[in-house]
Design a protein around this ligand. Sequence first.
Ligand code: B3K
Ligand code: ZN
Length: 880
Amino acid sequence: MKNAQVKATQLRDYVAPAFLVDHVDLTFFLKSEATKVHSKLKIRQNSNDKQPLVLDGDELRLDSVAVDGRELSSDEYQLGEFSLIIPDFPAEGELEVVTYIDPVKNTKLEGLYLSGGNFCTQCEAEGFRRITYYPDRPDVMATYTVTVHADQTSYPILLSNGNLIDQGVSNDGSHWARWDDPFPKPSYLFALVAGDLACYEDGFKTRSGQDVTLKIFVEHGNEDKCAYAMDSLIRSMKWDEERFGLEYDLDIFNIVAVSDFNMGAMENKSLNIFNSKCILASPDTATDMEFERIEAIVAHEYFHNWTGNRVTCRDWFQLSLKEGLTVYRDQEFTADMRSAPVKRIQDVRTLRARQFPEDAGPLSHPIRPESYIEINNFYTSTVYEKGGEVIRMMAELLGRDGFRKGLDLYFNRHDNQAVTCDDFVAAMEDANGADLNHFRLWYSQAGTPEVEANWSYDEKEQSLTLTLDQITAPTPGQKLKQPLLIPFTVGLLGQNGEELPLKLQGENVENASTQRTLRFDREHQTFKFVDLNQHPVPSLNRNFSAPIKLSTKYSTEDLRFLMGHDKDAFSRWDAAQTYASRLMLKMVKSVQDGDVVEFDHQYADALALNIADKSLDPAFLAQILALPSIDYVTEQMEVADFAAVEKVRSVFKVGIAKALFEQFKELYLAGKETVAYSPDSASAGRRALCNAALGYLSVIENDPECLRLVVEQFETADNMTDRMAALSLLADIPGEEREKALVAFEKRYADNALVMDKWFAVQATSSIPNALDEVKKLLSHSAFSYKNPNKVRALIGAFSGANPARFHAEDGEGYRFLADSIIHLNGINPQVASKILAPLGSWRRMNVTHQKMMKAELQRILDTENLSNDVYEIASKSLS
Ligand code: B3K
Ligand code: ZN
């Protein structure tokens, strides 16, 4: 078992670097084995007293060390497993280090590695130390010159950050290219690519007239799948100029798509490296959701050029400084490109599905964590998505212009600096003369606040009193919680759904607005609205103004009313979610008590009113029709019972399908009349609605007509969205049609690795009883590989993370399977292994039998020889 004294890094221990690096000059001689890396660093002391120069390193073979041109003997430096220390380094000097690395053996995909025969790098968070010895921390910022030598035939394309300043051919037939990045950057933004790649090119003229060459490099044969990513990039560049006044700052911007990548993409300065999944798209290979995701990720990485690269993080505890802010920016971008309310609904779904459980479980941490063993474990939904919500709340409190002023000041103050989350909030305060001191607590306090809203209407006084209570449950290491400053947006609906003017007692305003954001900053607070001549229904936390769990005493009539009338699209959708979950939980109780489970028709009636409302955006209606997930409903139970929720949800869905059969058929047939495929938002919305309708029709058992519709769509679809929608419905219906469709899909896309991922995932998330057996069989499919993160996520990750009812099977096989996979992956790619571990940590919510099985698997993981820090940290915290 791994020794328990693995060292954690603490925020409170931060000290400024003892040495800074002004310039980095790197020369690479690329070979799949024994790549030579020659590094020259201009270093200067940054502390008052003389200190040893400590450089980070990992899996490097040191060849030589020289200071100011003099080679050091081995007693002049100390070489540790993870460091190179030079005790007597001058106050200013040049360090020259030659090391060798083996990219071909690098299955961790951190540092320099090979993907599909091409060289590429991933340095965030601490991958640069796997390339050369360096003070590998983000507050050491330097300019870089990089020379890359490689065989000309195998690696015709040689790329690094910045501008290409020189290139040539060497005597041995190899060629070289020299790149220079004039912007000081931390080592995590370094990138290098060398390979035989095709290029898709376009250009952009900035607002101030600078021409920028835009290139997307992909494997040969994929050039026809780059247009959407390129278009997204151009739209992002334009949007950032218009919305935030931010222009691109070099005359070249490159993107490279690779097949083996630990996450979605990486924002290296002027050389973004992407998982090919987040770049390549054509109507035949990508779904609408994937087009949307590509647009968002291309934008996200581009936006990092300012929020992350020009202004970066002082240390990794400040990760949300760049990630939360950039998530907020990409969400706003998508909202502008597509439907803002639908985007908000999707983001809240994701937050509730990923961040809320994280915040309520053993891995709960604030958006600015205080300690970590392995920083890669903190690229979490909390740091990203909740971080984005925290920025959104600030924008809400300060207003759109105020937020912009704050951001302008932030860039003015901190361009080319490595700063903290506090610096960001201070810029917001100073630009607006605001006091955000109480608000800062969102950065340090973990856990989701639970807010209870109660209200009463006083007919005589014509007033409505709204009382709000907030509480945040203790989280690991944080027992005591304080009340947060919550921006709580409300509206009041009159009997016909009209918006009533909101006037608080004591206020003297004419034309009061119909929506306001209350400052809710105490444990218990009361707000009295006056001049209300009718009993209104409150619409609360509109547009999800704060990331809280809200409980209300809405009657089912209230919920149906909001579902039919709320002007705030988010709240209208949320009323439907609350209503549906409430009904399902009631049904679960009947299952558990052995009573008859009955479907409440009133829910179908409320849906029918929405379907009949022709003014609704189809994309929004599709959201209303999508039932709360098994996970979402189960989370609201004291003790999770996935089997019961799965059963109930299915009865519920069939109930709706039967009640609204005619409407769904009509919706479906009307949707099918659409013209040729286009991935734009409106067309995608129509397809989403059409497929939602088909989804309901497909659950009507023993109806050959409905099954025929699904099969027909699968066979005749002219785009991946419709084909995949049909396939995932068929995947849930055991029988001949299912098998035939899976075989046909596999045959058609056998040569397309990304599409095969969808084929793996659709089987891994299938509700058929023997889904796990199928998954196990697929592990030996020729297209599957443990070394490719996309494959692992598509098969193992999808099963354990998105098929809760099978994962939590009574016999514990799901748990055993995940633990076996993690143990195997630990030796290959620890980052990927630890990323799929989280579902085992939810044992506290299960019954005793399941708890025992889950804990035993966590223990088995912890007992593994050579356990990585990544897996150790997540497994040990999950068990404790
Ligand atoms: N900054 C990268 C993520 C790096 C993850 C390192 N384990 C992508 C992004 O957030 O844009
Ligand atoms: Zn990011």
